[in-house]
Structure formats: structure tokens, C-alpha cells
Design a protein around this ligand. Structure first.
Ligand SMILES: Nc1ncnc2c1ncn2[C@@H]1O[C@H](COP(=O)(O)OP(=O)(O)OP(=O)(O)O)[C@@H](O)[C@H]1O
Length: 256
């Protein structure tokens, strides 16, 4: 179900505000004067060469890393190391990583219910109902009673997505969710992400999957050397990029 009308009418609310952000690791500057604004329901794909700062930027959005200068506000919360609201922020922003980070000693169902029960204080029966619903959504309801090691990488990543969905967050961040997967499992995860994108959730996704970017993104952000070099709609991004660097990058990745 497309929700473009809803997204259009909601598009005035800015969910992510990044202004003049710098980030250093020691002496190394990983982000330089980064600006990014994401409205409610927007789908943003971030791409760029290895080491360009994509993961650093997305990790700064939910306080897994902290910026050194500038301002980041996510869903009304200022992201700062000493903020009292960091816990709330992390609860409100879902994140799916390259490595699935499931609890190995818990079943799939338990992986999905632990957050809602502990953090949201939802009763077990309700949490399980919700978990089974989202396992249906990611097309693996039959895996509920297995342990993560018994699932394929693609299935584990779909559980990781379902786990974020169970927390019913309004923002989902993805950091190269398919890059640790065997090629034949990439599409099953991307398909779930395409379905998720149609629900109106705000999405920021670091990925090299340009087919996904073309299909889903409202805007694609190209980073290089810690800077945002270009931001464009998929159409412009792929057919008429402004910078020579982006043309070179596209030449390299689209040839593969
Ligand atoms: N914890 C860290 N300490 C020191 N340097 C780091 C740290 N994390 C990242 N860097 C450096 O910061 C730069 C940006 O890294 P980042 O992981 O954000 O890039 P990326 O664009 O996501 O790369 P990739 O596509 O390879 O994942 C790189 O040069 C990296 O080596």
C-alpha cells in the first residue's frame, strides 16, 4: 500500500536535523560541515566510497557516536553525549546493522519480545502477538521458536528488521544491512525493506544497493571524504549528476 498522500501531507515535520556537523576520531576528521534535513516519512539513501563517513553519520544520528561540532536533532531530541534524553532517543530510533546483533541464547520470538516487554513495559501475551505479526510481515512466521544460529543470514537480518518494528519506532536507520549477506539472500532482505518503505516510516539507509536506492529513495545523498558532495532525487542522481566525483563513483559501482 502506497502512502504517498500521507507522506506528502506530513512532510512539513522535520524528523532529522543535521547542521554544520563535524566529527573527529583523534586527529582524523570523519565528518566535515555536514548538513542534512529529513522530513517525516522520507526515505533517504546514503552512498559513497568506503571510508567517506556514511556509517559515522548514521551512528551520530542515534548517539552511537557523538559529533564534535554542529547540531543534530532527531525527533525533537538534541543528540548530545550528556543528554538526559539519549535513552529515549535510542528507544525511538530503530537501527539495523550489517551484523544482525541478535541475542544468540534467545529464540527468535524472545529476541522480538524482550525490547517491548523490558523497555515499553508491554505484557508478554501482547508482545508475542506483536512479534508474530511482524514475523509475518518479514515472511518468516515459521521461525519463531528457533535460535538465531539455526537461521540463514537473510532470515536473521529479517528478524533484526522485525525486532526494530516491534518497538514501533517512527524512524529506522539501516547501516549497510545487506553487505554481510551472501548474494542470494540480499534480495529477500531488500524486498522487506521496500515493503517497509511503503508504510510511511522515516528511513535513512546506508547502502551500496543502487537498485534499492532507485526504487525507494526520495533523495540520495552522496558522501566523499566526510562531506556531503551531492543530494538528488534518484532520477537526477543516476541520469544527470552534478559532480565529476559522483559520475566516477557511479561508473565504478554500476559497472559491477
Ligand atoms: N572508531 C574509529 N576510530 C578511528 N577512525 C575511525 C573510527 N570509525 C571510523 N573511522 C574512520 O573514519 C572514516 C569514516 O569511516 P566510516 O565507517 O564512517 O566510513 P564509511 O563510509 O561507512 O565506510 P564503509 O563503506 O567502508 O563502511 C574512515 O577513514 C574510518 O577509518
Amino acid at each position: 500500500m502506497k502512502m504517498n498522500n500521507t507522506r506528502a501531507s506530513a512532510s512539513l515535520k522535520e524528523m532529522i536535523h543535521v547542521a554544520h556537523v563535524d566529527k573527529f576520531y583523534g586527529d582524523f576528521q570523519a565528518l566535515s560541515d555536514v548538513d542534512l534535513s529529513v522530513n517525516q516519512g522520507e526515505r533517504i539513501v546514503i552512498c559513497g566510497p568506503s571510508g567517506s563517513g556514511k556509517s559515522t553519520l548514521i551512528r551520530c544520528l542515534n548517539g552511537l557516536e557523538f559529533h564534535d561540532a554542529g547540531e543534530i536533532i532527531v525527533d525533537g531530541i538534541s543528540v548530545e553525549e550528556d543528554s538526559k534524553h539519549l535513552k529515549t532517543l535510542r528507544q525511538e530510533v530503530g537501527m539495523v546493522f550489517q551484523q544482525f546483533n541478535l541475542f544468540p541464547h534467545l529464540t527468535i520470538l524472545e529476541n522480538l519480545t524482550i525490547g517491548p516487554m523490558k523497555v515499553r513495559k508491554i505484557a508478554k501475551a501482547e508482545a508475542e502477538k506483536r512479534a508474530r505479526l511482524y514475523l509475518e510481515r518479514v515472511h518468516i512466521p515459521e521461525q519463531a521458536d528457533k535460535y538465531p544460529a539455526q537461521l540463514s543470514g537473510g532470515q536473521q537480518q529479517r528478524v533484526a528488521i522485525a525486532r526494530s518494528l516491534c518497538m514501533e519506532t517512527r524512524i529506522m536507520l539501516f547501516d549497510e544491512p545487506t553487505s554481510a549477506l551472501d548474494p542470494e539472500m540480499i534480495n529477500e532482505v531488500l524486498d522487506v525493506m521496500v515493503e517497509l518503505a511503503d508504510t510511511g516510516i522515516t528511513m535513512v539507509c546506508v547502502t551500496h544497493e543502487m537498485g534499492f536506492a532507485r526504487k525507494v529513495a526520495d533523495r540520495i545523498v552522496f558522501m566523499e571524504a566526510g562531506r556531503i558532495m551531492e543530494t538528488a532525487t534518484p532520477d537526477k542522481f543516476f541520469t544527470n549528476p552534478d559532480s565529476e566525483r559522483l559520475k566516477l563513483f557511479l561508473g565504478q559501482i554500476l559497472d559491477h
